[in-house]
Design a protein around this ligand. Structure first.
Ligand code: IYR
Length: 216
């Protein structure tokens, strides 16, 4: 064990800080229209390191972030994702799902997979290898989910746009990126500047009464 110091904030400072953070984070939106303006790899590395600072079961850090800017790979990923999405939109999703999605204006066309300068493919590792010995990971779903939350916040705070994309099924990512057997695709996140004139659906976020039950 080593000492850890969290800089002290008074309740007044905390109220200001938590309010300011809420005002900042609540402006984040999922973006589906990207500019093709390049973003330096160093920035992507910083974003991924922020994600990788997330807590994880037994500190196993059971994740791998594939940072893709290679245009041929991006095209291949787009083609494979659109093939799955076509089947989703043409029947696999069902009427209720399609109706719920209608306000988002999504469809099987995934141009952003080629336009965005970066795709971050996140993989979860249900187990690891240490010197070719299989080692357990714990709470993998929770850990990788939290790391992706950190990643989305880091991307937004850097001034970039992202989309939490889940083409389904996603096994094609493992094949195209030649990932080892212990890794499974978790999320595909295009990252870049938003396109000029990008729009977002006019959605409402639940208020405090709807999402908090107090037990005082
Ligand atoms: N994966 C599909 C469908 C989709 C599903 C949900 I739930 C969304 O919130 C958005 C999209 C797609 O990317 O179009």
């Amino acid at each position: 064990m080593i000492p850890y110091h969290l800089p002290y904030k008074s309740p007044e400072q905390m109220e200001r800080a938590s309010r300011a953070f809420y005002e900042h984070i609540s402006q984040r939106r999922s973006i589906r229209e990207f500019s093709n303006v390049p973003v330096p790899a160093k920035i992507i590395e910083n974003l991924i390191l922020s994600a990788s600072s997330a807590p994880s079961g037994a500190n196993k850090q059971p994740w791998m972030f594939c940072a893709i800017s290679n245009p041929a790979l991006k095209s291949e990923i787009r083609k494979a994702a659109e093939k799955e999405e076509r089947e989703n939109y043409q029947g696999r999703m069902g009427d209720e799902w399609l109706k719920d999605l209608a306000p988002m204006g999504t469809n099987e066309h995934k141009e952003f997979l080629e336009t965005a300068p970066w795709l971050i493919a996140v993989f979860k590792k249900s187990y690891d290898f240490e010197n070719r010995v299989k080692r357990k990971n714990y709470y993998v779903q929770e850990s990788v989910g939290i790391a992706c939350g950190f990643l989305l916040i880091a991307i937004y705070d850097a001034g970039l746009a992202a989309l939490t994309h889940t083409p389904s099924p996603m096994q094609f990512l493992k094949k195209i990126l030649m990932r080892p057997e212990n890794e499974s695709p978790f999320l595909l996140i295009p990252v870049g500047y938003p396109a000029e004139g990008a729009t977002v659906p006019d959605i409402r976020r639940k208020n405090a009464e709807e999402v908090i039950e107090w037990y005082l």
